[in-house]
Design a protein. Structure first.
Length: 297
């Protein structure tokens, strides 16, 4: 009990740790919802490209407008939309597929962001941009995190039926007159807003980990979409708390610590899930081979 208190309770006796934890818990709500769509729609790599493409907008906003959250949000939204619209346009009007266009935009945008950050000198902390810093979570950042989580939650409540149809039966969705492009565009905007909100705690590179890993973990345990959404949120919250405690005790940046904690949960689920884990698959394969040998004998 003393060890548990020292590792998981003592770190959150400080104000900066409480702010970091609250920010991560709020973003776990929206991350669990958006991440479930990413996993089920097989958009994980697109999400990664979108995350990295935010860096040049963030760097320009920081250099020209300052570190205010509204400035960062505007810069990130601008480059995120340019990446999305540009890759979609190239995918439609040329022979290049959209995933290749997305990857190309991602590489160019990320390189441009690194160049801008390096040119800014001491005015911009590259490690802070890339890996996050729990010490930097301010009350304004908490408001942004709460706003992003609240907007995402409201959007899912209002459009839940349409989201389910778009994921599992897009053909029926089109025949019923639903405009899938609006759902897709709205999802991307929500993703950009939440990724920006996660910058202080997670950093631009690892922010997607708070979205993707809890959803991937939940997917290995759940067969119902609603259950997957709830479990994704719970896994994200638990992993955030453990990761921040690990960051406090080891000195590792908050972003990597949270992602490592979530990664441990994912790897454990991939190995030990009773229906979809590797051990279950190995047992099934062994039983099938044994059954075949008995039949042939």
């Amino acid at each position: 009990m003393t060890l548990l208190h020292a590792w998981l309770i003592e770190p959150f006796g400080y104000d900066f740790m409480q702010r970091g934890l609250l920010s991560a818990l709020l973003l776990s709500i929206s991350g669990g919802l958006l991440g479930s769509v990413l996993v089920l729609r097989r958009l994980a790599l697109m999400g990664d490209a979108l995350t990295h493409s935010l860096l040049p907008g963030l760097a320009l906003a920081w250099m020209l407008l300052g570190r205010g959250p509204l400035a960062l949000l505007a810069g990130a939204v601008a480059t995120g939309l340019i990446t999305v619209l540009g890759s979609a346009l190239i995918g439609r009007l040329t022979r290049l597929k959209e995933d290749a266009a997305f990857g190309s935009f991602f590489l160019v945008a990320y390189a441009a962001g690194i160049a801008l950050v390096s040119q800014a000198g001491t005015r911009v902390d590259l490690l802070h941009f890339l890996f996050g810093n729990v010490l930097g979570v301010s009350p304004v950042d908490l408001v942004l995190s709460a706003s992003a989580a609240g907007i995402t939650l409201i959007a899912f409540v209002i459009a839940y039926r349409g989201i389910v149809l778009e994921i599992f039966d897009p053909i029926f969705s089109r025949s019923a007159g639903m405009r899938g492009g609006w759902y897709y565009g709205g999802f991307l905007v929500l993703a950009v807003v939440n990724l920006v909100a996660a910058l202080q705690t997670m950093g631009v590179i690892l922010a997607l980990g708070l979205f993707l890993l809890p959803a991937a973990t939940a997917y290995l345990w759940c067969d119902r979409f609603a259950t997957m959404l709830g479990l994704s949120v719970v896994v994200g919250m638990a992993g955030s708390a453990v990761g921040l405690a690990l960051s406090y005790h080891t000195g590792i940046s908050s972003g990597p610590s949270i992602v490592l904690s979530l990664g441990a949960a994912f790897l454990g689920s991939a190995l030990g899930s009773p229906r979809y884990g590797l051990l279950h698959a190995a047992r099934q394969a062994w039983r099938e081979r044994r059954s075949v040998r008995h039949t042939t004998d």
